[in-house]
Design a protein around this ligand. Sequence first.
Ligand code: FAD
Ligand code: FES
Ligand code: FES
Length: 499
Amino acid sequence: MSEVTNSVRFVLDGQIVEAQGKRRTTTVLDHLREQLHRTGTKEGCAEGDCGACVVLVGELNQAGTAVDYIPVNSCIQLLPTLDGKSVKTVESLRKGDGALHPVQQAMVECHGSQCGFCTPGIVMSLAGLVQHNPCPNRQQVNDALSGNLCRCTGYKPIVDATMKACEAGPAALKIDDRADVPLLKEIQRAQEPTFSLDGEIIVQPVVRTRKGSEFVSPATLAEVTTYLTRHPQATLLAGSTEIGLQVNKQFSRPSHIVYLGNVAELKRVDETSSAWRIGAQVPLSAVETLVAQAYPDFAEVLRRFGSPPIRSTATLAGNIANGSPIGDSMPCLMALGATLVLRQGERQREVALDKFYTGQKKTVLQPGELIEAVLLPKPRKGQVFRAHKISKRFEQDISATCAALSFELVDGRLKGVRLAYNGLAPSPCRAPKLEALLEGQTPASVSPAALDAAIADSFVARDGLRATWAYRSLVARNLVLRFLQEAQQEPQAALDTAA
Ligand SMILES: Cc1cc2nc3c(=O)[nH]c(=O)nc-3n(C[C@H](O)[C@H](O)[C@H](O)COP(=O)(O)OP(=O)(O)OC[C@H]3O[C@@H](n4cnc5c(N)ncnc54)[C@H](O)[C@@H]3O)c2cc1C
Ligand code: FES
Ligand code: FES
């Protein structure tokens, strides 16, 4: 193995751990199990689906007084992303006096475990939930568990255990991070770029091999763009929910990885009176909260996007750049008229999302160019927005088709129609022929046959692994009819929502 010159430093239960000589693509799970013998954390699927590997990853809050934890699928997170952070495994939960965490204790008392393989992941997902929501309802507990598969126990005792655990109260549920806070401060990397004597930015790698492969984790956008100018083919790493799979399942070993998770400018949401500017590194969980009031259907699509550990790390920018034909955020964003802010060095340009894709997984992004932010318009008065994802399972499943429709009703007629889909074409896209068909009609006058004809005229009929064309095209038509019917039934509710 090539020699590694740098090291990853993170905090584990009141101690700084220094991981030296690691590959840039070593996963957090492998390091926890194989080097630190934290074998409570299990490997089930190694692709973010089963939740057996869930741990909590923490960062200092803005005030630097406590640690904010998120649930993470450790199987698809790369170890160097832990640099400067704190991690809690199921072993961390036991108190100094040997007492179990209330979630663990209640799992025992409510018989929430049988073979036990899933149990540590479930306990960590629930421990993560009660850190920020110590009084969840059953629906919120179900949501928190949507990424944890249990094949033997059944979920009722597990949900019962959570409700029982919460009787212990917030103080007992809270993870004690007092010892971790000063250590996290000690291992923080510089928040400003370092310059050479020639005035050039130096981007310090977290991991560098003798062969010259690197993992860098810049703190500023200037460092990112400088690095990309020098290494335009470098792989950008955001939430790692795609890249982690490529590493585990396709044995991808990118030579240069730029992790965006510590870039302050990319983690911000800014707003004007007409739009939000969502930084490329804002996680989907935050976007879900952001749009919940203005676009509840978009929030619902995001609530069904993967699971909490996926949404706490995955980003809109990663979803968009990855460009999967069945990517879920894009139909909503396209129907809402989202624009991307792209950056290459000093150069910034804006590209409408519906002009971003040039083919299957092909985009207008140039080498060394990144998505800096997504501009999402706020609702206009009178705007109606509807979206729905069709998948075999309600939670944690991939779309057969997701449709999103935006319009205004002026004198009872559809105006400014924007309709977008995933799953029907090589990339998510708008449907201009269907938009033209709908424009100016009353919702009641739209005929299923005309929609069918426009769909047949717009897309190449193709059966896919997840659904036949017959099914997808039927769903594509029926979703439009459903949205229109809802607008007729609740026109005032629709307008109030959008206002
Ligand atoms: C269990 C599981 C469930 C999933 N469920 C869904 C689902 O329901 N719906 C869905 O649509 N997807 C789903 N996905 C896919 C994935 O979570 C999404 O595509 C996610 O949004 C990717 O974001 P990320 O931040 O993790 O990207 P990463 O994995 O970090 O990167 C993905 C790609 O985007 C590029 N990239 C990242 N940031 C930028 C940037 N700022 N500029 C340019 N390029 C960039 C990377 O180089 C890479 O090519 C799921 C994945 C898993 C593992
Ligand atoms: S091992 Fe299945 S989600 Fe990580
Ligand atoms: S207890 Fe066996 S998989 Fe959940």
